[in-house]
Design a binder for this molecule. Sequence first.
Ligand code: CP
Ligand code: NVA
Length: 326
Amino acid sequence: MSQTRHFLTDLDLSPEELDRVLNLATWMKQRPYAVKALAGPQTAAVIFDKTSTRTRFSFSAGIAALGGHPEVINPGDSQLGHKESIADTAGVLERMVSLIIWRTYAQSGLEEMAVRSRVPVINALTDDYHPCQLLADLLTIRERLGTLAGKSLAYLGDAANNMANSYLLAGVNAGMDVRIAGPEGYLPQERIIRTAEDRAAVTGGKVTITTDPDTALGGADAVATDTWISMGQEEQKDQRMQVFGDYQVSAKALAKAADAALVLHCLPAYRGAEITADVIDGPQSVVWDEAENRLHAQKALMAWLLVESGLTDDETVRLVREGERG
Ligand code: CP
Ligand code: NVA
């Protein structure tokens, strides 16, 4: 009997597994309807405690393309969180659905769901991580630069948020030189830095945490940023708009990176705040490929987790094994 595989943080895939999932994403992107891992149609629960555009549509479209049915729950629409515990919800869902995809606040809640669930649980963003976004970002960088290992990635802005943590962990998992820059008080927690350093020691990746944006940007192959005001932080808007000014991704900042460095943003973006319009709408921006790759990366992830968990038919196993070889 296989053990259920979940995807709760960026490091829930080993470096070798990450490579296999990205290979599979590339392969499935060329064959969008070949893998029917959710044939039946089986239902996947897609639950949102925070709002979403990309995550909602990419999972809905991806689940449909895998032959399944997405049951999307908007914030406040189920008993979960106010009338019923996470464990009891998991106990019900695992009897009815083949995947649980959840966007929530606390990482600990997601972990609780996974402990109780016999079907794979996928992190669709928590306060701490956004690992599905990083699968899409890594796929996009790999498509453009050919490889990930040894390439440098600079992230500027709110370096204490979910995207910064995921850039750090997923980047080093892929063997990248990850530079994270933000103001004092808005840098990744020590435990996350240590975890990233441990993984970098295995993969040959590199970790730089700095308050100096130029240190992060110098010659970087890719430059990323994210909103300065994450979901749940709206009341801190005025103060946050003051704090991150030196970390804006502008044409002047981008000029310090490598020539033709890629510009990434998970979106939604605030032009004139964390990134200027000329940069996000300019020739170095790959944000639309990045958004599209949410679909391809998550389809591969869902199929792969189901195969690894022993929850698919033989034909799906065969196709996934072929695709992951690249
Ligand atoms: N990037 C991202 O997760 O976008 P949504 O919040 O629209 O899902
Ligand atoms: N850091 C952002 C990412 C949105 C996709 C947030 O959590 O709101």
